[in-house]
Design a protein around this ligand. Structure first.
Ligand code: MG
Length: 265
């Protein structure tokens, strides 16, 4: 009975106007959509605003829009917001003249340039993304700049990224390596669970946080993000968190669902 009380409560079809959907572990694993997720998003879009909100800064909004479209969820860049986009928006507002050293794939680096942000060899700001083209030179350059006092931004804090076969080393693991070398942690982290991405996405939707729900699979990012930033927290058990881990965490989310497929059931 106590489980019933804990897991029911909020009617997502009535109480929410805007859904922020995590991608990895929530909508898909790598290139495989989670069972029922595509139909679930299509149903959701009939009456709700849906934004795909991912910490995964290894790719651009264009990439995610194409990937989702190919999977059967037609999407444009306006439907996607990443931690790299939140970082761009923060930089434009707070440090528009920063000279950046961006640790990122060529596409994501270009996304920063396209927004008018400049890169420079004598950078005063290091931006660390989930760079799947990371190499020893980039690590060394970033560590030198950070040691010399450059402002250090990480797009998000995730240690790993779930894919079909296991978990990839994500930016949190890179941060550990940089900390081991320089003794420094980022001055700012923009992605979930932090407030920068909440401000960015709210500016995009214009929908109040109390009518917005975050659906995601990770407690330390998605759920912490919702709880700390005044959004409704909906945990999906389709990804990195199982029921036992949730119950042991001490977090109290607004709703737990087995997967996105049953959001309206
Ligand atoms: Mg996830």
């Amino acid at each position: 009975m106590s489980q019933m009380i804990q897991y029911c409560g909020m009617d997502l079809t009535k109480d929410i106007d805007c859904f922020l959907l995590d991608l990895d572990g929530t909508v898909y694993f790598g290139n495989r959509p989670i069972e029922g997720a595509i139909d679930a998003v299509i149903r959701m879009r009939k009456s709700k605003r849906v934004i795909f909100l991912t910490n995964n800064s290894s790719a651009t909004r264009e990439f995610y829009a194409r990937k989702l479209t190919k999977m059967g969820i037609p999407a444009t860049v306006e439907d996607v917001y990443t931690s790299a986009n939140a970082t761009c928006d923060w930089l434009i507002k707070n440090r528009p003249n920063a000279k950046l050293y961006v640790v990122a794939s060529p596409d994501v680096t270009e996304e920063f340039s396209r927004r008018g942000l400049s890169t420079d060899e004598e950078a005063d700001t290091v931006v660390l993304t989930f760079d799947k083209t990371l190499d020893y030179k980039k690590l060394t350059d970033a560590c030198f700049l950070i040691s010399r006092g450059a402002f250090y931004i990480a797009t998000h804090p995730d240690m790993t990224c779930p894919v079909e076969d296991g978990e990839l080393p994500d930016i949190g693991s890179f941060m550990r390596l940089i900390e081991g070398t320089t003794g420094k942690l980022p001055d700012l982290i923009c992605g979930k669970p932090y407030s920068t991405i909440a401000e960015g996405v709210e500016a995009m939707t214009g929908i109040p946080r109390t009518q917005t729900a975050m659906i995601g699979d990770r407690l330390t990012t998605d759920m912490r993000f919702a709880l700390d930033n005044g959004l409704k927290a909906v945990l999906t058990l389709s990804g990195v968190t199982d029921r036992k881990t949730y119950e042991a965490s001490g977090l109290k989310v607004d709703k737990v669902i087995d997967s996105l497929a049953v959001w309206d059931r």
